[in-house]
Design a protein around this ligand. Structure first.
Ligand SMILES: O=C(O)CCC(=O)C(=O)O
Ligand SMILES: [Fe+2]
Length: 352
């Protein structure tokens, strides 16, 4: 890739240690009770599963799942096609570049917290077209129609990506139901918010980096949507910030998925579940691939704590905000350095 330009250099306190500990505690959850044919799911097994999901969301905000029902061939197929795409010459990839107008497609200059990430990405939405506000400014109601851009090569990429996105969405609905149940809410409590969703898949490629002690694959951040379902390859590099402030790595488990609670679930649960900071280390020896699916509601959804979870003892901790505007505002800092911190859910926090 490029020489290490100043834009990639993290300030000293945010640089990665080259040997962080493995986050032993991140729960591993077996989703096989969900895969039994409808009506045969044993209610005790489901109850146990809901308990595990609730504990993991409360204590970690992160967990890994196995027996999730995503066909292995499909996962391996999208991994192979992603590699073929990223192996293309830069000028070919740039034919499907994303920009400030269309945020979908190829991109290699993303900034997280105003520092450039050592990675290249390809983004596509599940719904094509997807609608989102045209401007982040309040009072400006026009919508923008976002369309996916597909490269010519590899020719099978589009079909595999579309199939994969459909599977990710199905798994995410199931996880969302388990999370709703774990909060004592009806299973489908959140489902309507995802009609005309703004969810997207990102293919990430982290090339070998000459200075992994100075740069990061992705700088520290929290995911702003509802839920993230991530596949990482066997290289490793994802790190999660524990409650004690230590960064610990998430061990790669073949064919598993890493699930994390996003900011929206933090707000919906009124802070019972936390969206946890994470980052990706750079690696001088090996390239790394990962595929996050960001499960996001429709642009018009007003995000606020669930009424069932607030009362006099636990009043609402957040003011409501519009998802589409929040999302659009977040995207501003992908393309340029901002002078101030970009929008965060703590800006909506109510101090009781
Ligand atoms: O590549 C990874 O493991 C995680 C990437 C990530 O956190 C993100 O894209 O939001
Ligand atoms: Fe993330």
């Amino acid at each position: 890739m490029r020489e290490l330009d100043l834009a990639f250099i993290q300030s000293a306190e945010h640089r990665a240690k080259l040997d962080s500990a493995v986050a032993e505690g991140i729960p591993l959850i077996d989703l096989s009770p969900l895969n039994q044919s409808h009506g045969t799911c044993n209610s005790h097994a489901l109850e146990v599963l809901v308990g595990q999901i609730g504990d993991a969301c409360r204590d970690w905000g992160f967990f890994q799942v196995i027996n999730h029902g995503i066909p292995t061939d499909l996962l391996h197929g999208i991994q192979t096609s992603a590699k073929k795409f990223f192996d293309l010459p830069l000028e070919e990839k740039r034919k499907v570049s994303r920009d400030e107008v269309n945020p979908l497609g190829y991109y290699d200059t993303e900034h997280t917290k105003n520092v450039r990430d050592w990675k290249e990405v390809f983004d596509f939405t599940v719904k094509d077209p997807t609608f989102n506000p045209a401007s982040h400014e309040l009072g400006y109601d026009e919508l923008q129609e976002l369309r996916n851009q597909w490269p010519q090569y590899p020719p099978e990429l589009r079909e595999i990506c579309e199939e994969y996105a459909g599977e990710m969405e199905k798994l995410s609905y199931k996880l969302l139901e388990l999370i709703a149940l774990s909060l004592g809410l009806p299973a489908e409590r959140f489902s309507d918010y995802f009609e005309n969703d703004t969810s997207f898949v990102r293919l990430n490629h982290y090339p070998p980096c000459p200075s992994p002690e100075l740069a990061l694959g992705v700088g520290r951040h929290k995911d702003s949507g509802a839920l993230t379902v991530l596949s990482q390859d066997d290289v490793g590099g994802l790190e999660v910030r524990r409650k004690d402030g230590e960064w610990t790595k998430v061990k790669p488990i073949p064919d598993s998925y890493i699930i994390n609670v996003g900011d929206i679930i933090q707000v919906w649960s009124n802070g019972r579940y936390k969206s946890i900071e994470h980052r990706v280390k750079a690696n001088s020896a090996r390239e790394r691939f990962s595929i996050p699916f960001f499960f996001n509601p429709a642009h018009h959804v007003m995000v606020k704590p669930m009424e069932e979870l607030i009362d006099e003892q636990s009043p609402a901790k957040y003011r409501e905000y519009n998802w589409g505007k929040f999302f659009k505002t977040r995207k501003l800092s992908d393309f340029k350095k901002l002078d101030v911190e970009n929008i965060q859910i703590h800006h909506f926090k109510i101090s009781n």
